[in-house]
Every structure is written in C-alpha cells, then in structure tokens.
Design a binder for this molecule. Sequence first.
Ligand code: NAP
Ligand code: ZN
Ligand code: ZN
Length: 356
Amino acid sequence: MSNPVTFSSKAVGASSPTARFAPLSIQRRAPGPDDVQIEVLYCGICHSDLHQVRDEWKSVMPTVYPCVPGHEIVGRVARVGANVRKFAVGDMAAVGCMVDSCRTCPQCKAGEEQYCATMPTFTYNFPDKHLGGVTMGGYSDAIVVDQSFVLKVPASIDPARAAPLLCAGITTYSPLRHWKVGPGHKVGVVGLGGLGHMAVKFARAMGAHVVLFTTSERKRADALRLGAHDVILSSDPAAMTAQLGTFDFILDTVSAPHDLNAYLEHLKLDGSMVLVGAPAEPIPLGVFSLLFKRRRLAGSAIGGIRETQEMLDFCAQHGIASDIELIPAAKLDDAYARLLKGDVKYRFVLELASLK
Ligand code: NAP
Ligand code: ZN
Ligand code: ZN
C-alpha cells in the first residue's frame, strides 16, 4: 500500500442488495504527489449504480458491500499534490467511471483507458490499489484521484448539469464519434433516460437526422424538445414497421432485456447498431436480422480520458448539458424506484451538500 495516510469522508451507501441507502463514514487516502482531492458537490445517478448496488451484474462484477456508488462526479479542488500542475485549489473538476489504469498497454497508450488490457480501476466496487478493499464512488463529500484521471469542467456549464456528462455524456458521445455520425445520417436512439437524452442532444448537434424509439408515449414532447426530429413508440406495430431498413446507425441505451431484432430490422445495408445499455441477462438474437443486409451489431464502453475532455469542451461549444432533477441524499431510495420505472427527467443528480 503506497499511501497509508487517510482521512474520513461522509458518504451514503448500501450494505446489501436490498438495503436502503444509509449514511457511512469512509476513508480516503491523503493526496500523494500526483493526486487531486476534490470536495464533491454533485454526483449523477446512473442506472449502472442501480445495477451494481442491487448486485444485478453478479456474474460479471459481483458487488462488495458496503457499496458507495457514483461515477458522475463534479466538485471543487480542495488540495493538490506537489506534482500537480493541471489543477489549482478552487478549480471546478470532474471524475468519471475510471480513477486509474495500467497506462502501459496499447489501449492506455492510445488514450482508450476504458479498454485497458488489465481493466481500468473503476471509480467504485473495484480493487483499490492504495488502501486495499474496493474503491468508493461519488455519493460522498470527498474523493482523491490521480490528476491524469481528473477532468476540467468548462466554466460555462452549470456544475450540477455537467455531472451526468461524466458517464451518460461520454458513453453516448464516444460511439457517435467512433461511427462518425454526422450530416446526412439517419440515427436512432433507443430509450429516453440518462444516456438516451444525451445521445439525442449529441446526434442532433453533430448534424444527424435523429429518431427516438421509446416505450413511453408521455416522453414524446420532451424528445422533440431535446432535439429528436421524430419519435417512434415501440409498442405501436404500425410505427415499428413504417421506417424499416432506413437507419444508418442506432444507439441502444436500454437497461432491461428487450427485442434487439425489432431495432436491427430498422438498419439499412451496412448499418450499425451499438449497444451501450447493459442488462444483466443474455438477449436472443435472430441472425437473419444481421445477414441479409450485412448489418453490424457492436458494443461500446464509456470513453477514454482525452475523449471525455473533448466531449466536455464540445458541450461548452454547443451549449449542451444534462437535463436534471437535483435530489438530497434522503431521496435516493425514491429516485432508484423511479429510475427502475423509466420515470426520470432525465438524470437524477445527488447534491452532496445534503450530507452535511
Ligand atoms: P435510465 O436513465 O434508466 O434509462 C433507460 C431507459 O431505457 C428508460 O428510460 C426507458 O426509456 C428504457 N427502458 C427501460 N426499460 C425498458 C424495457 N424493458 N424495454 C424497453 N425500454 C426500456 O438508464 P441509463 O442510466 O441511461 O443507463 C442505461 C443503461 O446503460 C443501463 O443498463 C446502464 O447500466 C448502461 N450503461 C452502460 C455504459 C457503458 O459504458 N456501456 C455506461 C453507462 C450506463 P423509454 O421510457 O424511453 O422507453
Ligand atoms: Zn454510468
Ligand atoms: Zn492499460
């Protein structure tokens, strides 16, 4: 353990898959020479937090309790180590889903730390190289992170509305960029939640024709306001056949098992559908949905640090931020219940001042 000196931080966490959130005191390492200590102000609530807290991903990433989730972190720099040049005390800074990686494998060298050969160190529920145990996330009033994994928040973005950009933002921006979405493309976004609403904003800002697929008729007006040109209600059989074979690209953000084939059939020749939603259960695939039109089905995970900064700067340039509902810690359990029902407009953000 390289740095055993610690300090206490107030947090909220869960002690089992079924427990309600409760206050906790956790230990953070005192900042080393390359570290930035952040007073966390806001932390977005990602559906991944819910999957992890409830141990829904136990076959892939079992949860260690107590679990303090949160990887959409924005706050003020409180202390910096001797080698830190990028940040000064008082700066607005952000941390996303990763706090470290091996830094030597080809992916890390290419700035794609999210695909690190030995896995990046995720912000919570991942072995903590410094203190032992597992990492603890942003539902806490302080976090200490190596400067290489800390982002700058552009001054023009409201800090609370910036928080969800650190996961929902980069997870949707990265595949849209990788598949070079732009003018002349017809893009589908499946699901209007935290990720989906950012995907709609980004695809529109990149110049594409954007169509939202939703299970919720009540979200139609919001989808159009957020930037969609058109909305397809997935429970309407006529709507679900009217535009088959016409999409260049579809980004699927759905958090629960659903029929992929119905969306694949919307792709034109050589079109791609990318899954970013992460339901725990396997999903059946009818291969004919792929082979007759040489369609591609792929996945994508968050984005690298360099691209995350690019995304934040893109947001500043285009006046983009997340649409949020700010909540105190006491409302976390209610927020999770609403998230499960797809009832969110369009990201809950925890206000850490409520822990004081
Ligand atoms: P969210 O805010 O809960 O949004 C998910 C949306 O999916 C819902 O609002 C709903 O939209 C739709 N939906 C939910 N259940 C559905 C069902 N049974 N059938 C069809 N549609 C359904 O969640 P989120 O935070 O955006 O996260 C979405 C998923 O992405 C989660 O699984 C999360 O773990 C994953 N994720 C992955 C990455 C990555 O790196 N790949 C990063 C972050 C999150 P409508 O009401 O519009 O239908
Ligand atoms: Zn997330
Ligand atoms: Zn690596």
